[in-house]
Write a protein that binds this ligand. Structure first.
Ligand SMILES: [Zn+2]
Length: 401
């Protein structure tokens, strides 16, 4: 059995965001003070030595699917047809034989995420006519088993469509009533072929239960932009500013410059957010323009080694390197922005007001041997220590929970 994680009272001699050496004081799972490092202080119970390493906040995976990974199982060869519909059909045909959804597979992928410094996740969880709401229970049980090593926010996700599968809208309503923090959607135009109908259904649930909305939108170009406009209208009308997210949103990166600028401004005014998985081959999102317009952007892994794709490791810092490269980031300040997108600036995606190395924030900290934040982003070095909720949950590549 893994040894009991250490409860931290002082994380000693670390460099928050690459700054001056500091001691982080921790109580009840929160950072209570960040003070200049005192080399003369006698170690107390719960003092953990940081050895002058660089400290970042725990990484935030803002778009995961921890219910559908086969991480930890023998290799599963890629099969079935390509495209969104092809992958949906393949997954529905083969998930049962892999025990998906299941607590053991969800635990395996969550442990791997913790090992690489992720301490908070917004995960989509499949809700459909086959599994009903079982996936939500599975994910909750796995998260509870880890005892606070990872905080999870749940999106009830209609992976197989909403209106085209009668009964799914009711399942989403039940999921929201049962505590899912968000309801998801999927390409309202190309999957349901009824964008107004799907979005009206989702927004009605959000208004009824006070939950957020998080829609996977692969539809590109004007078709995608049109659906974002439908979401903007409904967000403002329902007073759901800050509660509605567009996942992927490839269309935003594909529009002509002037059209893109108008849409981004309208998204910012409506408090719409976006999550990206930094996909290779897609037109990059205009990260600076989005952030300048007030559109918060989160970074996520999407599926990790599942029936959609064998790729993905769950290492969000390595994904930050990819985001930075795809975005053409080279200057130090841009590389720091990438690190903030993957951590402190993603607080709202996991239901937190603050997620940073400051008093009042959850004591979620990742230590790496790096010269500064840009060095950490381009190199994604091994995570030397991971603290979550004030406990040491991983050390030198070993998960302790
Ligand atoms: Zn996804």
């Amino acid at each position: 059995m893994p040894s009991t994680p250490t409860t931290v009272t002082v994380l000693r001699d670390v460099r928050p965001w690459g700054g001056q050496r500091a001691d982080l004081h921790v109580a009840d799972g929160l950072i209570t003070a960040v003070v200049p490092h005192d080399p003369a202080a006698a170690p107390a119970d719960g003092t953990v030595e940081g050895g002058g390493l660089l400290a970042l906040p725990g990484l935030v995976n803002a778009h995961a699917h921890v219910d559908k990974s086969w991480w930890g199982k023998p290799w599963v060869s890629y099969g079935g047809e390509g495209g969104t519909q092809g992958r949906i059909a393949h997954e529905r045909a083969h998930r049962d034989e892999l025990g998906i959804p299941g607590v053991d597979v969800t635990l395996a992928v969550l442990r791997e995420s913790v090992r690489t410094g992720t301490t908070a996740v917004r995960t989509h969880v499949d809700v459909d006519l086959g599994v009903g709401l079982r996936g939500l229970e599975v994910v909750r049980e796995a998260v509870a088993t880890l005892g606070g090593a990872v905080h999870a926010e749940i999106v009830a996700f209609p992976q197989d469509g909403v209106l085209r599968r009668p009964g799914v809208l009711e399942l989403l309503d039940q999921a929201a009533a049962a505590g899912a923090q968000h309801v998801g959607g999927l390409d309202p135009a190309s999957i349901d072929r009824d964008p107004v109908g799907q979005l009206d259904g989702l927004f009605a649930i959000a208004e009824r239960h006070g939950v957020g909305i998080d829609v996977h939108l692969h539809d590109g170009g004007e078709l995608g932009a049109f659906q974002i406009e439908l979401m903007i209208d409904r967000t403002v009308r329902a007073g759901l500013q800050g509660r509605v997210n567009v996942a992927h949103g490839f269309a935003v990166g594909q529009l002509p410059v002037a059209r893109q600028a108008d849409l981004v401004a309208a998204m910012g005014e409506a408090g719409i957010t976006m999550t990206t998985v930094a996909p290779i081959g897609a037109a990059p999102l205009p990260l600076h323009a989005l952030r300048a317009a007030g559109v918060d952007v989160g970074l996520g892994t999407d599926g990790i080694r599942d029936l959609w794709s064998p790729y993905g490791t769950g290492d969000l810092l390595a994904l930050t390197t990819q985001l930075a490269r795809l975005s053409g980031f080279r200057h130090d300040e841009d590389l720091v922005t990438a690190a903030r997108i993957a951590s402190s600036d993603a607080a709202r995606f996991v239901g937190r007001d603050v997620h940073d190395l400051v008093p009042g924030a959850p004591a979620d900290v990742v230590l790496v041997d790096a010269e500064n934040v840009p060095d950490a982003v381009v190199r994604a070095p091994r995570r030397a220590l991971v603290v979550a909720g004030g406990r040491v949950v991983a050390r030198d590549g070993d998960v302790l929970v």
